[in-house]
Ligand binder design. Sequence first.
Ligand code: ADP
Ligand code: MG
Length: 705
Amino acid sequence: MHTIHDERQINTEKVELPVRGMDCAGCTEKVSQALNAVPGVESAEVYLASEKAVVRLEPGKVTPEDIRKAIQDSGYQAEVPGDQEMAHREEESEAFSKRIFRFFGVLFGTVLVVVVLGEWLGLLQSVTDYVPGPVWLVLIAIAGYPVFRNVVQAALKGRIISHTLMTVGVFAAVLVGEWAAGLIVVFFMRVGDYTERYTTERARRAVKDLTSLAPQKARVTRDGTEVEVPISEVEVGDTVVIRPGEKIPVDGEVLSGHATVDQSTITGESMPVEVSDGSSVFATTMAQLGSLRVQVSAVGDETTFGQIIKMVEKAEANRADVQNYADKFSGYYLPVVAGIAGLTYLISGNPLATAAVLLVACSCSFALATPVAVLATIGAGAKNGLLIKGGKYLEALAQADVVLVDKTGTLTLGEPRLTDILSLNGVSETELLAYTASAEHDSEHPLAAAIRMAATDRELDISSPADFEVLPGQGIRAQVIGSEITVGNRRLVPDDTIVPQEMNTLESHGKTVLCVLQDNELIGILAASDTVRPEVPDAITSLKSMGLKHIELLTGDNERTANTLAKQIDIPYRAELLPEDKIEVVQQYQSDGSIVVMIGDGVNDAPALAQADVGIAMGAAGTDVAMESAHIALMRDDWCLVPRVFRMARRTMGVVKGNLGFTGVYNLAGLTLAAMGFLPPVLAAAAQSLPDLGILANSSRLLKQ
Ligand code: ADP
Ligand code: MG
């Protein structure tokens, strides 16, 4: 069922290494630069949220150990794959760092109060007077050593890191004899590290929570007996037994048994669904009331769940533009602050004010503003059946002005029923249906399913056709018992053929009418009707009320059918479009400057989904095309998710703007006060770590939505 696209080239090998210690967006950049510089490395991608590097390398030229060393040299820690013990230690150290964070949090507050009060009452000055300079110096050196070392190492390689400015500030404080300020700066610098670590850790956890859902063992039948084996030993084609109350460990098809399954891990829908013979089941979903025997179709990374995880992890690569701007801005930030400090010194000649300028406005906050918010929303989405492939798409969604909607399978249930059969030219109804059903035997189109179902209901014999060919957006063609059968819309009917009048009547009733040709001669028409999904009208109204004025129906179906349906939900339409016409419509709107959202089901509209600024796929669980071509995949067939994801996108971008605005205004105010000499270095240092906390608090609102 699942095709995994392995982009591996013949001569390269893919290695994944967990990387520890990356706290901000700039870090990933650094690691990936370091990796790409290693000879024999083809490409390297580094992900902040999932804390790993994916490296493509030429085997023989470099070893994973070389890669690990390169990462270490760039200032981070890496594990060579398979190092189980390390993973365990990592868990422990995570718990430890949480404890540390709490400890520092309390300390932070206390010191802040003490510093502010102390400064206000002038106590700090008297302490400074009592303790001799060299003692302060030693304390500063010891406490700040890890940071200073990183800054110096980076500086030697010509790089500036987030603590460079801080270190310059400490140096300035020491130079002007502000010993207490220097030490407190170092203290906040270290606390800031933990705050930042905690901030990213929190966003990361959303992804980690998901990964931990996957069961690690499966009960398979081997030589007639059931044995429990680790999931890594289960193979496609195996039979897995699932008992009531157990998590399903694989993707597969039910061979026997009945159960209700809670599929919320995939679809976000907590209402259990009934499964029985032939149903598809997904890894991580929970079987209730009943046991199942399931034939395995995918294991581990290749399951729908595994793909969700992979896509959520990859989401970081699809960065929002605003993040790119923020990062670029961060790059200019240091020289600008240094410039202001220089000017302050030149104009006022006040070394304290100069030191304060260097201290007040330094943090990773601008770079942090976007990814934390975006990751929170992606995590919240994944828990609700919304797979969002990156901040870029949230950004586009929040600004979108045109929404294009596919019909079959998207607006409609995609479960058409055959309603009318009209045979022509001496062919019987039974023959007509049998030929058509046989020709459609291998088609995945919902119309094909309707035809097959009607034939099965009449207990007709269906054979498997030869030379089956799909004519996208038009129909299909195949060889059935010696003749060529073509099924599809009017386009496929030769020009000189007269189609019966009934066809128009059926179409104006909103039915999809198919023509059946035997060796290019019309032998009958079939009509099918599909129902509009019940939640569509409300969802469309809600989109309109959100200010999305232009919602349009695109369909490959005929004019009359489209008209009837479009009237029902009160939106304009374009009919009789081929898949490539749908792409063109998307492009037209884009060239007019619109930001286009396309909603489809991945059948005949995947290229349009990919072309749109945001492609949203309905009911993507288990359909690879939809999962792969869409930018946002709805893991269950529920139109209520559409207005919801628009709302989530707008909220996210609102939070991002809030984060950036807050940081900007805060830092500007801080810089101004510091430059004018109103902010003592000690307070400046305390003030600089607040934006991070603000961003964390503001963005965490997005974790629950
Ligand atoms: P939509 O744009 O509404 O999703 P499609 O692009 O999937 O529709 O299909 C457009 C038209 O092509 C259908 O209305 C039907 O007439 C014809 N068609 C497509 N696939 C098939 C098929 N397997 N059998 C018969 N007709 C088909
Ligand atoms: Mg379709």
